[in-house]
Design a protein around this ligand. Sequence first.
Ligand SMILES: *[C@@H]1O[C@H](CO)[C@@H](O)[C@H](O)[C@H]1NC(C)=O
Ligand SMILES: *[C@@H]1O[C@H](CO)[C@@H](O)[C@H](O)[C@H]1NC(C)=O
Ligand SMILES: *[C@@H]1O[C@H](CO)[C@@H](O)[C@H](O)[C@H]1NC(C)=O
Length: 488
Amino acid sequence: MGPLYFAFVILAYFILSTHADVDYKMIGSNMVLQRNSDKTKLWGKVDASFKSAVLLRITHTASKKDDEYKVTASEDGNWVVKLKPYPEGGPYDITVYTSRTTTYSNVMFGDVFFCSGQSNMDFSVLNSKDGEKDKQDSINYPNLRLIHIKPDSNEQVLDNISDGIWQVSSPDSIGGYWTGGFSAVCYYYGRELYQHFNGTVPIGLIESAWGGTRVEAWVSEQGINACRKKASVRTGSKSHNQNSRLYNAMVAPVFNYNILGVLWYQGENNAGDTPFMADFECYLGNLVSSWRRGWGIEYLPFMIVQLANWKSGTNWPVIRAAQERVASSKNVVLATCVDIGDPKEVHPADKKPLSHRLFLNALKVVYNYKDIVTSGASLTNITADASGKVEKITLTFNTKHSLKVRGTSGCTSCCNNANFNAFQVLTDQKRFAWDAETVIKNNQVIIQTPIGDEEFVIQVRYAWYESPECMLYDGDELFPVLPFSVDI
Ligand SMILES: *[C@@H]1O[C@H](CO)[C@@H](O)[C@H](O)[C@H]1NC(C)=O
Ligand SMILES: *[C@@H]1O[C@H](CO)[C@@H](O)[C@H](O)[C@H]1NC(C)=O
Ligand SMILES: *[C@@H]1O[C@H](CO)[C@@H](O)[C@H](O)[C@H]1NC(C)=O
């Protein structure tokens, strides 16, 4: 063994020991920590040989007021500090004293959201309508902060994201990072909240999304197993799309980072496989429960996007219905995109109408504003009355206003009140009738359909198409009646 070897060993020892205390990538300068919460934590890892207490100092930069926290690391070197609740504001410097001194600067307290899903969540500001203008405008929101988690997958549950850096909203942070830049849906949502609070509440946005991914990849192993009895397990898809792999690498490492809510936009990739359709609802429900368990927040608000109108969206009505059912549980809400997509494009370029609906949902479910409307009228009663060669179906909706029919975005043969084909009826002789005469009378829709002898209607469908052209709206015309298929 020559001197070179020893030099190498010494060098290696030196490198290892100076890097013994490590950071978790979620923690950094410019981050927004969740305000007004006793669940907000900071965490790190020291070398196991470091036996003293870890000291943390949180200093309000302007007033120099500070708080100190002391904690002893566990055997494996990990430490976690639970912070006292802080109101919105800052900036703060956070200094961590271990065998080294690390300072995170320009840290704010505010509200933090986790934005996840597949390509429509990943779809960047730059690719979206008016993206270039919004990129330049991004400089105006200094307390809007973004972290874009680098796509990664793993067979094991990880405690550290592979990469990602908290950044102040700016043309660089909007346009930079991976996969074409930061999420448009997430950004516009955050920007609208930020503006709503007149810039007084810092907003932190975490994007963790991957195009073309399946819901199973985002569900914990426990969540998958809970579905397994009912559902068959899909094999043979891309490795990152295997069960739990994105949950492991892109969600679980964020669980220590306290958040206020989740935005979820996914489902397109599951619609493709007809034999597995029934599994989707179970997986989505377990995604919600496994993430809530992970974050330790029993009713963590979830805002689920319902799939957009798209002509080639085979099975999309079934996915939409599953999304609506999952969104009927406590603190899970639905922001429908079924009337504001683009029939010719799986990735609608105009994300702002959808982000606005997510924003309204947040006011309701996250901020508990009263009197916020986030949905249209819904069906409350259905009666059927056959006489002779005609069966009359009367659908009643819970609105005080008169229903209206309106074309969806990008519709090609837009409808009017006198003539629209949003409704289909199925008879016991398995005939879907398109020739039903449909009229609106105040809060009711009356369908009259020709029937044969001994034939009767067994099912009524509304907007049950890949890309509905006509939809019913309430008086304010903000939200459509959601698509449905009901048995009579
Ligand atoms: C987290 O990942 C980063 C690099 O991506 C690494 O530098 C750091 O040491 C990791 N931290 C832990 C605790 O493993
Ligand atoms: C923001 O400012 C406007 C105009 O001053 C005010 O009406 C509104 O209440 C403010 N919003 C909030 C959430 O404080
Ligand atoms: C449903 O509508 C029919 C006809 O309009 C009415 O007779 C019946 O009472 C309604 N049922 C409910 C539960 O509202």
